[in-house]
Unconditional design. Sequence first.
Length: 561
Amino acid sequence: MIARQPVLLIAILLVIILLAIFVAYPFIKIVIYSFSTEGGGYSLSNLISIFKTSRYLKVFGNTMLLGGIVAVISTVIGYIFAYTVTRVHVPGKRFLQMIATLPILSPPFILSLSIIFLFGKQGLITHTLLGIKGNDVYGMGSLIVVQVMSFFPIAYLTLSGILQSIDASVEDAACNMGAGRLRTFFTVTLPLSMPGIISALLLVFIQSLEDFSNPAVIGGNFSTLSVEVYQVITGSYDMRKGSALALLLLVPAVVAFLLNKYWVSKKSFVTVTGKPTQARKLIEEGSIKWPLFGVCMAITAVILLFYGTVAFGSFAKTWGRDYTLTFTHYQKAMMLGWKSLKNSLTLGFISAMIGGMLGMVIAYLTAKRNYFGKRFIEVTSVLMFAVPGTVLGISYILGFNQKPLLLTGTAAILVIVFVFRNMPVAIESGATTLLQIDNSIEEASTILGAGSGYSFRRIALPLLRNAFFSGIVYSFVKAITAVSAVIFLVSPKWDLVTSKIYTRFEQANYSQAAAFVTILVVILLLFIGVINTVINRLLSPKSRVPKLKTAAPNKKAAKEA
């Protein structure tokens, strides 16, 4: 391979070096630092002090309890949405699909902000409509609502794919043998959905553990580990204790991620065998159709209420007192935050392009090639997805705060964080696409004398267009809306718009925060629209057949013939 495919060897070595420096090294650094002492030795004193402190144990319990509750409720709602869209004949399916994915594409602050606008001390519902004064919106209840609305789309996307892949003939066979819809669901559909259900539970649990912005904004006295780590480091300036707390947050997140990736994926619930199957007949019974549709519309109404409230709040002069429409908040937001917005857009776009391309290269190396070190690339390249943002931020501070890797305070460290944090989605999307491509296509290219680099550029990469652009969209959206991963890494020169929004929350300047959030939503929707247009044009080019001019008949040539 070294002699015949030098480009492949260079790509493998480059990827291993990058993952070793920017993924493995920071994690090793934070583990070592959490066990170190000021005298230069190593001790378990930091972890022991944490387990002896009742506050930290309570915070850990809060985090696990919140994650479990949010995971269960989000999975139930996600399953109802997925089942309704894939199994039931209801109107407005495209609209329901859009609503079910909207929270993924929006900044994390938007739902917390809407809760404050609607149910806070000056809330539109509590204060204005119901006359309740001094309502305390902060705490576990509001946090559960916000996280469920934020994370149920993850469960929906996971479960909709599972439900679509179940062979319709299996369910039809149960119905033909006399089983009703309810019995068929509990004996056939639900058991075959279990891999997706478990996967959705674990993924939502991980997202709940990682969430920093929502607990920081509306958690109140209900503190979580991600917020506690931030307060210990920024308030007490105790980096060692903060690192130890970060490990306490890292362990359950990584365990849940590994369970989902390597245990759930090994379970076999195969119903697609390659044999011809009939098209699925959608459920038409009103007793099933309309209750499910009603639940989906109720959730949709809540989401639209939350988003509409934030949009209206960005124009209201003084929320709770004067609802006169004004552009003042937008003017102040752009005046005070234009630099940070420009930084976020610039760094987000650069990291999205780099992460998208690097993700396609890693997907190709893991899906189409066997070599020594492949397992290291497979594990480390997607490990960032399971790492809580606060842990990631601390590990990068510890890893890149000294020469020769002095990156703290620069734009480079933010781009690197965005690239390796968001790249796993591009890798998974690209690998899934590549596994569906017959190896004979590349083998034909190799037989004709093309090397690995040429084959990847001319064959694999064009077939990866859809996955590539999906990775770019996801990376850009997450880079623009990132909070926990960059809260420790921003600097006065390279401040980001999400840190500006968080500052507005700390100052209780909610209208300006709403203006910032609305601007971000508009920018993200425009970016997604442009990317979708590009994808459609690349994947479905219009055929342009040139008109052929008909030559005048040559009478002399015809006579001679």
